[in-house]
Design a protein around this ligand. Structure first.
Ligand code: ATP
Length: 303
C-alpha cells in the first residue's frame, strides 16, 4: 500500500522580516501568517498566489534559507529547527531539494553537464558505476544520454536546463522537491513537457512535490492538492479539482476569474469588476479566524 504518512509538515508557521533602511524607521513585513501544510510522498501540492503572497518564503523556509519566526516544520515527525542530530541534518539536506525559476541560476556556466551530475552521484550513489548512473539519470529526465553530458549549460535550451536541475535533485536521492515557478521562464510550448516530467517523477519515483506557481490553471495538470495564498495566509485548500472547479473563497474566485475560461465570475451587482476585486482583496487580507469545511478535505478561510 502507498505510504500516506507525511514527509514534511508546516504547523502554523509565521515569518516576519524586519528591514532597516538607511533612513527612516525599521519596516516589518509579515510574509507568512500561521501557514499549515502537509506534503506526502508521491503527491504534489500546488501553492498558488500572486506575486508577494509569500509562496517563495514557504519554499525558502523548507530548504532552511531562513528559520520560522513562529511555528514548526516537521520532517518525518521531527522538528527541523530543534532536532540538530547530525543524522537528521544530513538526511534533511539530501532529501529536500529546491528547483528555481531561472534554470541558469543553479548551474555553473564553466562546467559541463557531466561535471554537474557526476559530483552529486559520486557523493550520494558511490556504489554505482558513475558513467552508467549518469546515463540512467539523463534518461530519467528525458535528456539525450549521448549528446548531453559534454555540453555546457548555455548549449541547452531553458527546458533542458531545467531537466538538468531535476536530474541533480535525483542524483542526491531527493525525496521532496520544492519547485519555485519552475516553468515560468520557459517557452509556453515546453512548459507542459516539464510539468509532465514532474508528474512522472512524482508518480513513478514517489517524490513529494511542492509546486509554487502564480498560475492556478497549471495546478490542475500536476497537483492532487492546491493551497491558495494571499498576503501570507492560506485562504483555501483542498483537492485541486474542487479548489479550481468550485472555489469557495472570494479571493480564489478572483484568481480563477483571471483565467481565460471565466466559468466562474464574481457576483455582486452594480459594482465594476475592479471595485469588486479591490473589495475582495481588502477582505482577504484580514486575519484568518477559522477554516470552514466545504467538502471532503476542502477548506476555506473565514476572516
Ligand atoms: N528577505 C526578505 N527580506 C524582507 N522582505 C522579504 C524578504 N523575502 C520576502 N520578503 C517580503 O515577503 C513578502 C512575500 O514575499 P515572497 O517572495 O515569499 O512572495 P511570492 O508569493 O513568492 O512572490 P513572487 O512570486 O514575486 O516571488 C513580500 O512582501 C516580500 O517583499
Amino acid at each position: 500500500m502507498a505510504d500516506t504518512s507525511p514527509i514534511l509538515t508546516l504547523e502554523r508557521v509565521s515569518k516576519t522580516f524586519v528591514t532597516k533602511p538607511v533612513f527612516g524607521p525599521a519596516r516589518r513585513v509579515e510574509a507568512l501568517r500561521r501557514v499549515s501544510l502537509t506534503l506526502q510522498p508521491g503527491k504534489a501540492l500546488a501553492l498558488v498566489g500572486e506575486s508577494g503572497s509569500g509562496k517563495s518564503t514557504v519554499g525558502r523556509l523548507i530548504v532552511r534559507h531562513y528559520a520560522p519566526t513562529e511555528g514548526r516544520i516537521l520532517f518525518e515527525g521531527q522538528d527541523i529547527e530543534t532536532n540538530h542530530s547530525r543524522a537528521l541534518e544530513k538526511a534533511y539536506q539530501r532529501s529536500v531539494q529546491m528547483v528555481f525559476q531561472d534554470p541558469f541560476s543553479a548551474l555553473n556556466p564553466a562546467h559541463t553537464i557531466r561535471h554537474h551530475l557526476l559530483r552529486p552521484l559520486a557523493l550520494h550513489q558511490p556504489d554505482r558505476d558513475p558513467e552508467r548512473a549518469l546515463l540512467d539519470l539523463l534518461g530519467d529526465v528525458e535528456l539525450d544520454p549521448k549528446s548531453t553530458p559534454d555540453k555546457y549549460p548555455h548549449e541547452l535550451s531553458g527546458g533542458q536546463r531545467q531537466r538538468v536541475n531535476f536530474a541533480r535533485a535525483l542524483a542526491v536521492n531527493a525525496r521532496l522537491i520544492v519547485a519555485d515557478e519552475p516553468t515560468s521562464m520557459l517557452d509556453v510550448s515546453i512548459r507542459k513537457s516539464v510539468l509532465g516530467l514532474m508528474r512522472r517523477l512524482k508518480d513513478e519515483r514517489g517524490l513529494a512535490l511542492l509546486y509554487i506557481t502564480h498560475d492556478i490553471a497549471t495546478a490542475q495538470y500536476l497537483a492532487e492538492e492546491t493551497a491558495v495564498m494571499f498576503r501570507g495566509q492560506i485562504v483555501e485548500q483542498g483537492p485541486t479539482a474542487r479548489v479550481v472547479g468550485a472555489p469557495q473563497h472570494a479571493y480564489t474566485q478572483l484568481l480563477r476569474s483571471a483565467v481565460p475560461d471565466p466559468a466562474i465570475r464574481l457576483g455582486g451587482d452594480g459594482q465594476s469588476f475592479a471595485e469588486q476585486a479591490a473589495q475582495v482583496r481588502k477582505d482577504a487580507a484580514r486575519d484568518v479566524t477559522s477554516m470552514t469545511m466545504a467538502g471532503d478535505g476542502h477548506f476555506f478561510a473565514l476572516h
